[in-house]
Design a protein around this ligand. Structure first.
Ligand SMILES: CC(C)(COP(=O)(O)OP(=O)(O)OC[C@H]1O[C@@H](n2cnc3c(N)ncnc32)[C@H](O)[C@@H]1OP(=O)(O)O)[C@@H](O)C(=O)NCCC(=O)NCCS
Length: 183
């Protein structure tokens, strides 16, 4: 019988997955030939400990997927970053479930924040659109220097800088909280 996949908010008991997660992030980025903001196992472990991440695993504990929350400009902007699904488990709706769960968690933790993402991936664009994100220009994103510093390890960083951070290869998407959500 096929094993069920559990998608849930990660907790301190999940820290041992950190190396699997960062190894897969690195090899997927290499396979795609795209640069990606580099994450260390320690950084992923911190996100897990803080309750700011979502993990997917099989019933017997095999790691399946991951995503985490990052906040910028004192929580005015929030990104759901580092989405990754283990290659054996792709194309069966896991990324969609992870993104739905981290979206809900982000809305609970930061109800007034604008949620945003930068991506070249069609899967992520589709999922974000379903969640209510819309494509925007980079001018609508955070101007927090620390966020943009994350692009330094991307192969397209020179393009981004030559365009004065106004555009690049990634599509920017934004979810604006509706005013009635925050009442
Ligand atoms: C991108 C990734 C997370 C998708 O995970 P997944 O579990 O296979 O995605 P899902 O099965 O939930 O698919 C969601 C939607 O995207 C589509 N999709 C999935 N992979 C796709 C691909 N490579 N190309 C185009 N569409 C894709 C699915 O058909 C589905 O569309 P639908 O709603 O119309 O049916 C996974 O391929 C991955 O980890 N890739 C490497 C890391 C990466 O690119 N992360 C994103 C960084 S922004």
């Amino acid at each position: 019988m096929e094993q069920q996949i559990i998608v849930r908010i990660a907790h301190s008991g999940d820290v041992h997955y950190s190396i699997d997660i960062t190894d897969e992030m690195a090899s997927s980025a290499k396979a795609r030939g795209t640069g990606i903001a580099k994450r260390t196992p320690e950084y992923v472990a911190k996100k897990i400990e803080e309750g700011k991440s979502v993990i997917a695993h099989t019933e017997d504990g095999t790691w399946v997927g991951f995503c985490y929350i990052e906040a910028w400009q004192h929580g005015q902007f929030v990104a759901n970053s580092g989405l990754i699904v283990s290659p054996t488990f792709r194309k069966s709706g896991i990324a969609k479930k992870i993104k739905q769960t981290i979206f809900q968690l982000s809305r609970e933790k930061y109800p007034n924040a604008k949620l945003f993402g930068l991506t070249t991936g069609l899967a992520v664009m589709k999922i974000n659109s379903e969640l209510g994100y819309e494509p925007v220009t980079y001018s609508e994103l955070t101007d927090d220097e620390e966020f943009w510093a994350g692009c330094k390890s991307c192969v397209n960083y020179e393009i981004l800088m030559s365009k004065e951070r106004k555009n690049c290869m990634c599509t920017a998407m934004l979810y604006q909280p509706k005013s009635e959500d925050t009442k």
